[in-house]
Design a protein around this ligand. Structure first.
Ligand SMILES: Cc1cc2nc3c(=O)[nH]c(=O)nc-3n(C[C@H](O)[C@H](O)[C@H](O)COP(=O)(O)OP(=O)(O)OC[C@H]3O[C@@H](n4cnc5c(N)ncnc54)[C@H](O)[C@@H]3O)c2cc1C
Length: 419
């Protein structure tokens, strides 16, 4: 079995597919080492194991909305696409989505997945409560305000199998998405804060062939004033007159509706439609979260290596994420700008480019995405998270026998030795 991108071959001895909570609890308690699997969209080996995998895909896909508490409780394996459609039909919405709605709620939260927007946190930032099957097969519920909670939503799968996630919801809303073409990098960086905060969600794309953001995706809520940025003299980008794909040579049929046509939140906040292949489909990815205060110098540094990265790059995307207090979140403690790279699917030269990017971003405390490729040492990664040792203690408390450990967590938590 492969991950979505085909760069990870899972080494698991067995894949369990329980269909009830009782089955799942017995499976976990009866395994010496086991790891939950989501929709396999991670590029890193975060979901891989040499022992047992457990997929919840045959478990009931429960979704329960609580209009009084403004929450939804969703089974961990449910994909955002299914959750969003059901929420919208009931008049509710999530604050944000990732670029693709194909991923599971539990899997996305476990790796700190995010979309864009200066006021929007990561997706796990919306988690109010989680139910986990623990190492002994018992179920534990932990919620906002409980001791240790900030360590749980971004868990890297190391704390237990998440069977249900309770998320904040809000009344459903509409957005309009407009893509503007060709904004010089210099103008964008000189006016960066104004640019990224001009609307609910803003994403900048470039392939670094030239010093130009080839696309600026502006998603505005229709219940908020229209972005005025288009009237600024420095904003020389022109609105696209047809829908476009971030990788301009790819078909826009896979992309959500653009051209400023208003529509429901879940039909615009992701870049890609649930029924289509997201992104380019043949690719590797890496991504770095940089404190917002360092964003402009960090992007200038990347602009300085444009010629070196361009040959192996399909597209680079810049987004924003609001600060949260989740210990392993890319935006822990600081408003953040993320710099993402969709590379060609050729690992050797891509690894070289990743090393170059990481060297270039070293002065800016750039946190690599847990689900994407990195060459950074575990020691360096740990130093970027002030609460990493607290997370380690939480793992010891939740899983003293290392039942949910895998080579990935062995590397980051214990420098390679098994838990
Ligand atoms: C085309 C593409 C576009 C992407 N776009 C974005 C983006 O816009 N923003 C972004 O931040 N990331 C993005 N990603 C990365 C993606 O969000 C992460 O890889 C995410 O973790 C995928 O979720 P999944 O369900 O596939 O989880 P998997 O990859 O299957 O697993 C990820 C982790 O979650 C754990 N896990 C899964 N289910 C459970 C469970 N029930 N209980 C406990 N742990 C569990 C696994 O053990 C593993 O550690 C993208 C990936 C792709 C392929």
């Amino acid at each position: 079995m492969l991950n979505w991108a085909g760069n990870v071959t899972f080494r698991a001895r067995r894949v369990h597919r329980p269909s009830t909570l009782e089955d799942l609890r017995a499976t976990v308690a009866g395994s010496s080492r086991i790891r939950a699997l989501g929709t396999r969209h991670s590029f890193s080996d975060v979901a891989d194991t040499t022992a047992d995998l457990v997929s919840l895909e045959n478990m009931p896909p429960a979704i329960t909305i609580d209009p009084v508490a403004s929450t939804v409780t969703v089974a961990g394996q449910v994909r955002y696409a299914e959750l969003a459609a059901e929420l919208d039909a009931a008049g509710f919405a999530l604050a944000n989505l990732a670029s693709l709605p194909h991923i599971s709620v539990a899997g996305a939260c476990a790796t700190g997945t995010h979309g864009s927007g200066v006021r929007n946190t990561t997706l796990p930032g919306s988690v109010r409560r989680l139910d986990l099957v623990m190492a002994d097969g018992d179920v534990r519920t932990i919620g906002r305000g409980d001791p240790g909670f900030p360590g749980v939503p971004v868990s890297l799968g190391a704390l237990g199998v998440v069977t249900a996630v309770t998320l904040d919801v809000e009344p459903a809303y509409e957005v309009a998405q407009t893509v503007h073409l060709d904004l010089p990098v210099a103008a964008a960086l000189d006016n960066f804060r104004e640019l990224v905060s001009c609307a609910y969600s803003v994403c900048l794309f470039t392939d670094w062939a030239e010093q130009v953001f080839t696309q600026v995706w502006v998603i505005a809520r229709t219940d908020e004033p229209e972005p005025k940025i288009v009237r600024e003299p420095w904003f020389t980008a022109q609105p696209a007159t047809r829908d476009v794909h971030p990788v301009i040579t790819n078909s826009a049929a896979a992309c959500t509706t653009q051209r400023g046509i208003p529509g429901r939140w879940h039909t615009r906040l992701s870049h890609f439609r649930p029924e289509c292949t997201p992104s380019s489909g043949e690719e590797l990815q890496s991504e770095y979260a940089v404190p917002a205060a360092h964003a402009v110098p960090a992007l200038r540094a990347i602009a300085g290596i444009a010629e070196a990265v361009h040959p192996v790059l399909q597209i680079c995307e810049v987004r924003t994420v609001a600060a949260d207090d989740l210990w392993l979140s890319p935006a822990y403690g600081t408003d953040t700008v993320t710099i993402h790279f969709t590379w060609i699917p050729d690992e050797r030269p891509v690894r070289e480019a990743i090393r170059l990017v990481e060297e270039c971003l070293a002065p800016f405390a750039a946190r690599p995405h847990w689900a994407k490729l990195t060459e950074m040492s575990p020691d360096r990664v740990r130093s970027l998270y002030p609460r990493f040792d607290d997370f380690r203690s939480l793992v010891r408390e939740y899983d003293p026998v290392g039942r949910f450990a895998n080579p990935f967590t062995d590397r980051y938590l214990h420098d390679g030795s098994p838990a």
